[in-house]
Design a protein around this ligand. Structure first.
Ligand SMILES: [Zn+2]
Length: 94
């Protein structure tokens, strides 16, 4: 890719990649911030830890996130947070 993506574009693509690949997300208990385990698609038996410190501050322990600051694991958690927000909103309206 010739042109670097804006952070918004990178996030949108990470979410799409997560959706397209059906990346799974498991919420973990404990901690001050929501934590998730997201399995690696390359390595069986490996899962990365994603921590949501805030809407725009989500970290992942995978090498891709360390190098690029974004990855599909974060995308998968963002999708899940979107869905949860949607569901909460629906419940409040009903
Ligand atoms: Zn990752």
């Amino acid at each position: 890719m010739a042109t670097p993506l804006s952070p918004q574009e990178a996030l949108a693509r990470a979410k799409l990649r997560a959706l397209a690949q059906g990346v799974q997300v498991w919420q973990l208990d404990g901690g001050d911030f929501p934590r998730y385990a997201v399995p690696s698609s390359n390595m069986d038996g490996t899962a990365y830890e994603v921590i949501a410190y805030g809407a725009n501050d989500i970290t992942c322990t995978c090498p891709g996130h360390v190098n690029r600051g974004i990855c599909k694991h974060v995308g998968a958690v963002l999708v899940r947070l979107d869905v949860e927000r949607e569901l909460t909103a629906t419940v409040e309206v009903a």
